[in-house]
Ligand binder design. Structure first.
Ligand code: HEM
Length: 406
């Protein structure tokens, strides 16, 4: 691996050598497609609960559920102004609400609330279910599919496109840009896709300002912040966030869930025989297979559990490591659909806790219900290996599944 700066340059004087671990959050060595088990090695004896890595410009990593949970909730000391490493990768203009801190953040977050409320999600779920059935029935007779591209990505993008009322012909282009955002192969690609998505969102905002409708973008153009209409500059990043935030996360969570079920006939059988256990299964799969690696910026010099944090330090919170922490969950790598509803950090916690969590859970539930009814037995296609990529969001990039056609 090569890095732009020598690694030793990224260890500041306040970081003791005992707290340095060479670890790249965006380049985790994954064996057998189990990204989460690979990440869990950060719970091995000898790895400090909070350590400094010289990779990606140098930053802290919190590895334990208690700290991940606490830091998400403490926006006074841990700011959202820098969410990814290295710090130059953060957009110069903060995306509202996710890159703002309270109380400013709340003004923008509240604008999303009606679109993601139980009342709004119910009809979106109806559309998502119809789409799920259509997709499964479309490829069932082939006896195989590439799950992520042919199924998992379609539900969230279909919902987003319905919410903001954009033509289905834009779908593949949007998917492509969104993927380049979360898993760029180069800095140039990331910047290009960022500008393309932004330009797309800005164009839609301008269109709806000129010809308002009933969709979410039109509603947002009528919204007010601090008594004044929201500016087009603030609106475009919000649309961008809604697409990127809701697309890749759901598709990835679904991909990891499908990979697991493809390898565990007993868990499949349990849900087929007891469909009433599906909501609990969604929770357990979210605990076991989180996807987001989110960051925070230390606001001022502080001592956190004996670790000297300095203003301007970045700290990454791998949400997976909360759900996989044996200090919080017995035998955490085991999937147990009857676990009591867990407290995890899969959707973050505190002021920024994911407002799309109900929609995400609904999509996962629909997937399990409709898929298992039609394809109760499926497995990973022999000779293929699920392609897993680490990133701001970890994902299964490709997952070939096969089944017997009856
Ligand atoms: C399994 C799927 C999902 C996961 C794992 C997930 C995860 C997260 C996490 C961890 C955060 C907190 C970020 C932070 O504290 O910095 C967040 C925030 C957010 N998510 Fe999700 N998300 C998912 C689905 C969705 C969906 C479906 C939508 C909407 C369509 C959505 C929209 C948002 C937005 C707008 C925020 C920012 C909220 C704020 O800053 O107040 N997410 N999500």
């Amino acid at each position: 691996m090569t890095t732009a700066t020598p690694l030793t340059d990224t260890i500041p004087p306040h970081v003791p050598a005992a707290l340095v671990v060479d670890f790249d959050i965006y380049n985790v060595a994954v064996e057998d497609g189990d990204y989460h088990a690979a990440l869990k090695r950060l719970h091995d004896p000898g790895v400090p609960d909070i350590f400094w890595t010289p990779r990606n410009g140098g930053h802290w990593v919190a590895t334990r559920g208690e700290d991940i949970y606490h830091i998400f909730k403490d926006s006074e000391h841990f700011s959202s102004r820098q969410l990814v490493v290295p710090r130059h990768r953060n957009p110069a203009v903060p995306l509202p609400p996710i890159m703002l801190d309270p109380p400013e953040q709340a003004k923008y977050r509240s604008l999303f609330a009606p679109a993601l409320s139980p009342k709004a999600v119910a009809p979106l779920g109806v559309g998502a279910r119809a789409l799920a059935i259509e997709l499964i029935e479309g490829f069932y007779a082939k006896g195989e599919c590439e799950f992520v591209g042919e199924f998992a990505q379609h539900l969230p993008i279909g919902i987003f496109m319905k919410m903001v009322d954009v033509p289905t012909s834009d779908r593949d282009q949007l998917l492509h840009w969104a993927d380049q955002q979360v898993r760029p192969t180069s800095e140039h690609e990331r910047e290009q896709s960022f500008h393309s998505l932004f330009a797309y969102a800005a164009q839609k905002v301008a269109e709806r300002q000129a010809h308002p409708g009933d969709d979410l973008i039109s509603q947002l153009t009528r919204a007010q912040v601090d008594g004044a209409p929201i500016t087009a500059e603030a609106l475009a990043p919000m649309i961008f966030l809604l697409l990127v935030g809701g697309l890749d996360t759901v598709a990835s969570a679904m991909g990891f869930a499908a990979r697991f079920l493809a390898t565990s006939p007993a868990h499949r059988r349990e849900l087929i025989d007891h469909p009433e256990r599906i909501p609990g299964a969604v929770e357990e799969l979210l605990r076991r297979f989180p996807v987001v690696n989110q960051g925070r910026l230390v606001v001022s010099d502080m001592d956190y559990k004996g670790v000297a944090l300095r203003a301007g330090d970045q700290i990454i919170l791998p949400t997976s490591l909360h759900g996989l922490d044996e200090r919080k969950f017995e035998d955490p790598l085991r999937v147990d659909f009857s676990r009591p509803t867990p407290i995890h950090s899969t959707f973050g916690n505190g002021a920024h806790r994911c407002p799309g969590s109900l929609l995400a859970r609904t999509e996962l539930k629909i997937f399990l219900e409709e898929w298992l009814k039609r394809i109760p037995d499926f497995r990973i296609k022999p000779g293929t290996t699920p392609e897993v990529r680490a990133g701001v969001n970890a994902t299964i990039f490709s997952l070939q599944l096969v089944w017997e056609v009856r």
